[in-house]
Design a protein around this ligand. Structure first.
Ligand code: ADP
Length: 880
């Protein structure tokens, strides 16, 4: 016997068979009924629904056979499967294919077999519906067609089995999906709401119910509008309709932050993402379109955001308070700024910030800033006094006192309950909540702040959160105190300075008026002495010597007065300098000319190698540089020895020019060099015969320093001294005109050639007399005196003079005012006016020139130089 042949595409056939999932399934009455029916209709003892597997044939139903499967080797059905056609074996013992088949030779002793193949949907022959008999027989045509008809039924049953298996699988899958969906919606940490196109709630998960404060049954079937604040709810229907019409979405498929309405009426910030449930085609009506909304609770996010914003606001306040404290303090707005910030940061209606001060040894609160909570004129007045600092709070038992005096943090969210009345005066706005925090510095309460009536309860967390604010306040109070101290100190300093300046001014005024008072009589003394000396009848020798002594002493006194005055002016900062470029050679020459007679008189040689320097320019005040040079040169001559010499050396040192006056004199002991520049210290020379005041060097040092220069000395006792000073070099050339001008200013001895009218306006009779005597000595000019400005102006108008000599200090008006009147009058406008005053100052001289005076002479003046100048003015007038 050979095994049945294997059909083509056997693997695909087996796959189709296995796909039915029918092998080894329990008995099925539908198949059993079919095989029973088949056996009966065809009158056979055995009928099978046989399925040919890889190694076996398995019976879905076996009527009349006690086994469920037999090997494929002995299978009759495998032949029908192979042939894909009805197989009829009338007598197996006579068929070569089956004669030795174990099922023929043994149980169940098959003789007859008829099997119709069963096809899958794809056309594979999977098995057969067959009948078997133990005796040979044949089937008529009708029976064969019955068998085939029943085989189609078996095929139908196979398909049915397959579909029901598939269906139950799908059902399993669907229930798994819905279980997962349930698990998601039930356990989700987000609210899920499903609605239809009308907004009707079809499903809502527990999270959404908890979040919004509802039970599930209260929401199902309701319109979703009830979960929205009215401003959105009202437009929701329109929105959903518009979306369904146009497909234009605001939240659908996008998601955004909105507000949901809690059952108790408050709104909750949520993130809402809506998606439309896909229902396939034909679900276009509002009823069947569905949307799922997912609501995420944003309260925590919002709270975190709010916390962050508050932190930032606090930081900004602290930053501004610290960086701008100076501006805020000076504008007196620091405390108001902090108070406002405190209200804003804590949402409080009222705030107060104050500083603790000591009043009679007890702590009291000085209120720096407070929210206006006045309720009457009287209370407003009190608040103003508080803020102005006219009034302090001092009751240690009061609500604030417990904070600023007791150092206690007072926190109450139920003021009316806990502090019945709170010790507040009647009319005071009601305080519902209150928080008072002490501001401490190293354990000491230095201030406090208080806030009241925030919408949220105050708690320890807030006190903690405000700690940076509290310590910034401590810092600012300390800064404020330091600043106030500094301001007080500056104020005291300013007052002291003003006092010192006033004293200095008084001293300067005293010195200047004293020098004026001294100069006036000195003018007369020197003037008359010079007149005596130069009188037409020569004086006897003795008297001549006496007059000389008067002149010498007078001049000495004059130089003393001048030097003291200069020193005082420098000290009070009143000495005016006119700094300019000076040709060194000019100023040296000028000074030498002045001291030369003294050198000759003392028999001292003056050497001037400075000329070799050529063109060198210094920056300085010409007159003052000359004064410095004269001082040093005359000292070098005065403190020299007979037959000694003085030499002048010039040298460029870096950016300066150094002039050194070297003498071969007595020198200065090294241990006394320090005293050289002390005013009135003559280092013992006061007991000798050399005249001096002891002020010259002090003045010289001050002048050089004032002109940005340096002065030094090098001396050896018994050998000589070298005094030097340096002044900045000027790189600007000086025109020769300056020298020429200086030349022109030098006094000349010229006698008056023609007779001119000179008017002298002077109230001092001694000076008038002196001037008259001076003019009597010279025939060419005629002097008229007027003892007041008014009289002088009148005389000048009635008989216009050629020159007016004007005293500045006149009784009725000063010389400047008189000059102004003269200049304004056409009669006298052209008359030159020469100012003569005892008030010597470079400021006066400048002012006089500006006012139109031709010059300003200081009393006492040198008579010969005066005559020279008068003569020049008169001659210039005659040429006009
Ligand atoms: P004085 O009017 O006395 O000359 P100074 O202030 O000019 O006043 O000088 C102060 C003192 O310094 C002099 O009295 C003198 O003792 C001393 N002194 C100044 N210059 C010289 C010098 N070139 N040689 C020696 N001693 C001098």
């Amino acid at each position: 016997m050979s095994p049945p042949p294997i059909p083509d595409h056997e693997e695909l056939r087996l796959a189709a068979l296995h796909d039915l999932c029918i092998l080894d399934t329990p008995q099925d009455p539908a198949f059993d009924d079919l095989t029973c029916l088949t056996a009966q209709l065809l009158d056979a003892p055995i009928a099978l629904v046989s399925l040919v597997d890889r190694e076996r044939q398995w019976f879905k139903s076996a009527y009349g056979l006690p086994v469920r499967e037999t090997p494929r080797d002995v299978s009759f059905c495998a032949y029908a499967v192979y042939d894909r056609a009805l197989l009829v074996v009338e007598d197996a013992t006579r068929d070569d294919r089956f004669a030795d088949n174990a099922l023929v030779t043994g149980e169940p002793f098959i003789r007859f077999y008829a099997g119709a193949p069963l096809f899958s949907d794809d056309g594979f022959a999977l098995g057969t519906l067959c009948v078997i008999d133990r005796t040979p027989r044949a089937l008529g045509q009708r029976e064969l067609s019955v068998l085939q008809g029943l085989a189609r039924q078996a095929e139908l049953l196979l398909r049915l089995h397959h579909r029901s298996r598939k269906l139950s699988f799908q059902v399993d899958q669907t229930s798994a999906v819905s279980a997962r969906y349930r698990a998601i919606t039930e356990g989700a940490a987000a609210g899920i709401v499903r609605i239809n196109g009308h907004g009707c709630i079809l499903e809502v998960n527990p999270f959404a119910c908890r979040m919004l404060g509802y039970r599930q049954d209260e929401l199902l079937g309701q319109n979703v509008k009830m979960l929205m604040p009215s401003r959105w709810g009202d437009s929701h229907d329109r929105y959903v309709q518009a979306y369904q019409r146009t497909g234009e979405a605001k939240v659908i498929g996008k998601g955004r932050e909105v507000e949901a309405l809690h059952r108790d009426g408050h709104s909750i910030p949520v993130h809402l993402a809506v998606s439309e449930v896909e229902h396939g085609a034909g679900a276009d009506d509002h009823e069947s379109r569905q949307f799922i909304g997912i609501l995420s609770d944003l309260r925590d996010v919002h709270a975190a955001r709010e916390r962050e914003q508050k932190e930032r606001a606090l930081l900004e306040v602290l930053h501004r308070g610290l960086t701008d404290y100076h501006a805020l303090l000076s504008g007196n707005t620091l405390w108001a700024f902090l108070k406002e910030a405190l209200c804003r940061l804590t949402g409080s209606d009222y705030a107060l910030i104050g500083e603790v001060v000591r009043q009679d040894g007890q702590p009291a609160l000085k209120v720096h800033a407070i929210t206006d909570l006045s309720w009457s004129d009287e209370s407003r007045y009190l608040m103003e006094r508080l803020v102005r600092g006219d009034m302090m709070l001092s009751n240690p038992e009061g609500l604030l006192g417990r904070v600023f005096a007791g150092g206690e943090t007072v926190l109450s969210n139920d003021m009316p309950g806990e502090h019945s009345g709170g010790g507040l005066p009647s009319g005071h706005p009601e305080l519902k909540r209150f928080l008072g925090v002490p501001i401490t510095d190293r354990g000491e309460v230095i201030g406090m702040y208080a806030i009241a009536n925030a919408p949220r309860a105050y708690d320890e967390g807030l006190v903690d959160w405000l700690k940076p604010f509290t310590s910034t306040c401590a810092l600012l109070i300390n800064l404020y105190r330091q600043l106030s101290k500094q301001q007080r100190f500056t104020e005291e300093l300013r007052e002291a300075k003003e006092q010192a300046e006033a004293a200095n001014q008084a001293k300067t005024e005293f010195l200047s008026s004293m020098s004026h008072e001294l100069r006036t009589p000195l003018n007369a003394i020197l003037g008359f002495a010079q007149l005596l000396r130069n009188s037409r009848q020569p004086l006897p020798t003795r008297q001549h010597n006496q007059v000389e002594q008067i002149i010498r002493s007078g001049r000495h006194l004059l130089s003393l007065i001048n030097e003291v005055l200069d020193l005082a002016r420098i000290e009070s900062g009143n000495l005016q300098l006119s700094m300019e470029a000076i040709r060194a050679q000019d100023v040296v020459q000028d000074a030498i000319e002045i001291v030369l007679p003294l050198a000759q008189q003392q028999g001292i040689t003056v050497n001037l190698p400075i000329r070799a320097q050529g063109e060198v320019h210094l920056v300085g005040d010409y007159t003052r540089v000359k004064q410095v040079l004269i001082n040093l040169l005359s000292n070098a001559i005065k403190y020299n020895r007979p037959g000694g010499s003085v030499s002048l050396e010039g040298q460029v040192v870096a950016d300066a020019f150094r002039i050194c006056v070297r003498d071969t004199g007595i020198g200065i002991p090294a241990h006394r060099l320090d005293e050289l520049f002390q005013p009135f210290n003559r280092l013992g020379a006061e007991s000798g015969s050399v005249e001096g005041t002891g002020v010259g060097l002090a003045l010289t040092l001050k002048l050089v320093t004032l002109m940005q220069g340096r002065l030094g000395v090098d001396s050896r006792e018994g050998e000589g001294s070298a005094f030097w000073f340096e002044l900045p070099l000027s790189h600007q050339a000086v025109s020769d005109e300056a020298g020429a001008e200086a030349e022109a200013e030098r006094p000349e001895t010229v006698s008056l050639a023609t007779r001119h009218r000179v008017l002298y306006i002077e109230d001092n009779p001694a000076n008038q007399r002196l001037m008259q005597e001076l003019f009597e000595e010279i025939d060419h000019a005629q002097l008229t005196c007027a003892n007041s400005a008014a009289l002088g102006i009148e005389l000048a108008c009635s008989e216009v003079p050629d020159l007016i000599l004007m005293d500045i200090d006149l009784p009725d008006m000063n010389g400047f005012q008189a000059q102004e009147l003269l200049a304004r009058n056409p009669l006298t406008a052209g008359v030159p006016v020469l100012a003569i005053s005892a008030a010597a100052s470079s400021g006066n001289i400048r002012r006089a020139r500006e006012a139109g005076f031709v010059d300003y002479l200081t009393k006492p003046f040198d008579l010969l130089a005066f005559v020279g100048q008068v003569n020049r003015i008169l001659e210039e007038g005659a040429h006009r």
